[in-house]
Design a protein around this ligand. Sequence first.
Ligand code: MG
Length: 255
Amino acid sequence: MIELRTPAQVEQMRPAGRFVADVLTALVAKADVGVNLLELDALAHAMIRERGAESCYLDYHPSFGASPFGKVLCTSVNDAVLHGLPRDYVLRDGDLLSVDFAASVDGWVSDSAVSLVVGTPREEDLRLIEVTDRALDAAIAAAVPGNKLGDISFAIGEVARAAGLTINLQFGGHGVGRTMHGDPHVPNDGRPHRGFPLREGLVIAIEPWFLHTTNEIYTDADGWTLRSADGSRGAHMEHTVAITADGPLVLTART
Ligand code: MG
């Protein structure tokens, strides 16, 4: 069921968005060559405790998960692109890291992700991140009343296709509210002017993610981490966005 929020509820969702943005800002600043993924998780966990927030991941145990997630952050490195379970791994020069973080503050969830390179970047990795970011921007621009859900999906697909990337439709965006995953599903490609009519009060996570040379993934032996079928690297960008009468409101915007 798709739920719409009142303007007052959207206001109540701002602190969660701000907190998630602040945690990602801190993680981006901390991520560097020589930093362990477990240190990044510990930093996010400390910020959750300090804020009195609640992790959406710690006890997360969906049907496709092998066991409760047990960490507060997803850290996906190189050929891993989504759901990366933080492990004892020290970041190396040129690693492409995606961090995905969701938490609840005052009973409302926000969800956001960002990709970056630590140390010396490969040109093609910077380009992949830039295209993914541009797809997110195009999708956000389409998140206005009067459009349809398919317009958001199409905006993502257009940017990817123009860059010669193929798109995986298995995992995409989702409604966000009291819990992390609600309706509607927001695919990373679709047909314009089709699907659910976008209305004021719809709050969704929009999250394009692409791999260099494939759209196929497999699950790592850890039961969570999703890796590219051909070993190519991936990027992932996500914001939680409220559709308002004044246009898209990016709740997780980093300043
Ligand atoms: Mg997320």
